[in-house]
Design a protein around this ligand. Structure first.
Ligand SMILES: [Zn+2]
Length: 246
């Protein structure tokens, strides 16, 4: 495992060609994941949730992500696919830049795409932001998602609503890694007070995820307890603990 400290992101290599970028700024932004060199073609990287361009404290989140990726030897201009766990601004605002600059493709669930085109757009404007413009290449559906053929990454998509109606989590059975977006964090769960949030639905989603064989839980935000939950026993304990909130 490699740790590199940059002011705004800590990057962590969790598997061969899989990097986790942990947001360290003062304002809000999500953590990002990078599947490097996985896609065929000129732009071989896939990113999960590129985050904000600029957050509420005017921190230049996307520029800092560019720096953090460069520290690991990756160019943001080589990102060809964006996978969004959900469409809240702190996860997908930078989609538009990657689409405009790289012609990157975007995927998210159909439920989330409907949401972002209706109530989600209002959420952006409530927060004083413009909704990013992009058209998904395809929709994420429950089941297998195979990323390219270069370095084969076979993921499983789980539809996990509650925080947002079309939230998904990505499970990588080979590595026992679970990317949870804003469904579950280290010692905490996603908010359910945004439009179309539901605590009872979130509980069902968390119950489903807790059945998986996970060694490494990779959340969309850090908490006071930490970021990654590592080790099967700790992941199980984390699920037990967060269920106390719901
Ligand atoms: Zn969110």
């Amino acid at each position: 495992m490699v740790y590199k400290a940059s002011k705004y992101y800590q990057s962590m290599q969790l598997a061969e060609d899989f990097y986790f970028y942990i947001w360290q700024g003062r304002g809000n932004n999500c953590n990002s994941c990078l599947f490097a060199n996985v896609l065929r073609g000129e732009r071989p990287h896939a990113i999960v949730d590129p985050g904000h361009i600029t957050n509420e404290l005017r921190e230049a989140c996307f520029d800092y992500l560019v720096d953090a990726m460069e520290e690991n030897g990756f160019k943001v201009s080589d990102i060809g696919l964006i996978i969004n766990t959900h469409s809240h601004p702190d996860h997908c605002q930078a989609n538009e830049l990657l689409v405009q600059r790289n012609g990157a493709w975007v995927t998210l669930s159909e439920e989330e795409d409907e949401f972002r085109n209706t109530l989600g757009e209002k959420l952006f404007s409530m927060l004083g932001m413009k909704s990013p413009q992009f058209t998904p290449l395809f929709y994420l559906k429950e089941g297998n998602l195979n990323l390219g053929t270069k370095n084969k990454v076979e993921l499983q998509v789980f539809h996990t609503p509650g925080h947002s109606p079309g939230s998904v989590c990505l499970y990588w059975p080979d590595k026992k890694i679970l990317i949870t977006g804003d469904v579950v964090f280290y010692g905490s769960i996603g908010r359910t007070d945004f439009p179309s949030g539901s605590l009872s639905i979130l509980k069902k989603s968390i119950d489903r995820l807790s059945q998986l064989d996970v060694e490494c839980l990779v959340p969309g935000h850090s908490t006071e307890y930490g970021s990654i939950v590592k080790g099967k026993r700790n992941v199980e304990r984390n699920f037990q603990a967060v269920k106390l909130f719901i």
